[in-house]
Design a protein around this ligand. Structure first.
Ligand code: GAR
Length: 201
């Protein structure tokens, strides 16, 4: 049986597309049972629709409190019974209820070599800092901002004439195969985490 993935997106969804493409091969070991978003009208949802994958939208502004939004998102995701939740460009912090419910089964892809440049503007922050190498990180999600145990990382050079877009695109070109490889290995081989150190297989 292939593992059930729920993927959360907020934008273009190119990482989601890479996972959709990978899941087309039964040997990959996973299938996407639903795609969730925190906003309407994004290409990520359109990609899911074209692939015939169910979608749902849970908007913060439809709830009186952040806790209420957290509860709604938790129920929406739980309804699709995921083995693994993949945050792929989901630009909101997941709440306590969500992380308790899916404890140890939520991963995120981040466009920097964590613990450098956490947050929502990682490519811009790396450029502003003047680093010569940045990259991408697949990590488990904990209650902090991009602080959870690191699963895999890939380095990407920063070029002299980069702007935020050119750097982020180069990072994303490395990020998509890293995410596909990481999710595939996790679901096929299993994993352990001991004092932050993630071991696959
Ligand atoms: C990716 O680079 C992802 O790492 C980043 O948003 C991009 C989404 O691209 N996420 C964050 O910055 C989260 N802090 P995509 O929508 O084309 O997959």
């Amino acid at each position: 049986m292939s593992a059930r993935l729920v993927v959360l997106v907020s934008g273009a969804g190119t990482n989601l597309q890479a996972l959709l493409d990978a899941c087309a091969d039964p040997a990959y070991g996973a299938r996407i049972t639903a795609v969730g978003a925190d906003r309407d009208g994004i290409e990520g949802l359109a990609r899911a629709g074209r692939a015939g994958v169910p979608t749902f939208v849970t908007r913060l502004k439809d709830h009186d409190t952040r806790d209420g939004w957290d509860a709604a998102l938790t129920e929406a995701v739980a309804g699709h019974a995921p083995d693994l939740v993949v945050s792929a460009g989901f630009m909101k912090l997941l709440g306590k209820r969500f992380l308790d419910r899916f404890a140890g089964r939520v991963i995120n892809t981040h466009p920097a070599l964590l613990p450098s440049f956490p947050g929502t503007q990682a490519a811009r922050d790396a450029l502003d800092h003047g680093v010569k190498v940045t990259g991408c990180t697949a990590h488990f999600v904990d209650a902090g901002v991009d602080t959870g145990p690191i699963i895999a990382q890939r380095a990407v050079p920063v070029l002299d004439d980069d702007d935020e877009d050119s750097l982020h695109e180069r990072i994303k070109a490395a990020e998509r195969p890293l995410l596909v490889e990481t999710v595939g290995r996790l679901v096929r081989e299993g994993w352990t985490i001991e004092s932050r150190k993630v071991r696959i297989g």
